[in-house]
Design a protein around this ligand. Structure first.
Ligand SMILES: Cc1cc2nc3c(=O)[nH]c(=O)nc-3n(C[C@H](O)[C@H](O)[C@H](O)COP(=O)(O)O)c2cc1C
Length: 175
């Protein structure tokens, strides 16, 4: 790929990705889900400790049980695939930095899903029920810390897209 095309592709993904909360019935291909996870694990992490761990959820019954744990019930119940992102506690070295690494990992996944024609929604509200999520997923509570659920599917979302403030809003100073 030529340098200009490469730049365009990267910026296209960053600027055009938007959270998708409604999905077509079509189930995403398993290869695409694993490609997305592969992109996730190439995120940077402090000390390269790679603390992220994933639970891939295809089961309708599991999605239904998880949907009872969040006000974003419809998204969770109807998502063709859910990816639970966790930190492996024994792998962690710094609470904030490990969560930052997980954030980088998740953003890699959202952007690569977009590149593959898939829509995603990063779901954090469900974290209030972290222990119950672990019960549903049969994960040992003391081994994993929850970061997010990511809903993934082919987009069927015509809703209004979130905007951003102009860049100058965020710049505190330039010295
Ligand atoms: C940490 C975090 C938690 C989020 N939790 C939720 C959530 O629980 N439910 C939801 O619908 N969207 C959730 N979102 C998605 C945001 O609402 C969305 O990214 C934001 O409105 C900007 O829209 P965009 O992603 O379309 O650019 C979350 C995003 C982040 C980064």
């Amino acid at each position: 790929m030529k340098e200009k095309q490469f730049q365009e592709a990267v910026f296209k993904a960053i600027f055009n990705r938007r959270s998708i909360r409604r999905y077509q019935n079509k189930i995403p291909e398993r290869e695409k889900i694993f490609k997305i996870l592969e992109a996730g694990i190439w995120a940077p992490s402090g000390l390269n400790n790679q603390p992220w761990r994933f639970v891939i959820i295809w089961s309708k019954e599991t999605k239904k049980r998880l949907s009872e744990l969040t006000r974003y019930k419809e998204i969770v119940k109807n998502a063709p695939v859910l990816i639970g992102v966790f930190l492996k506690k024994s792998q962690m070295y710094h609470q904030i930095k490990d969560h930052q690494s997980a954030g980088a990992c998740i953003q890699n996944m959202l952007l690569s899903a977009f590149a593959l024609g898939l829509g995603t929604c990063w779901l954090g509200e469900i974290l209030k029920n972290e222990d119950k999520v672990k019960d549903v997923l049969e994960l040992p509570k003391d081994e994993y810390e929850m970061c997010a659920l990511i809903a993934v599917g082919y987009p069927d979302d015509k809703s209004k897209r979130a905007d951003r403030y102009p860049l100058k809003h965020f710049i505190v100073k330039e010295i």
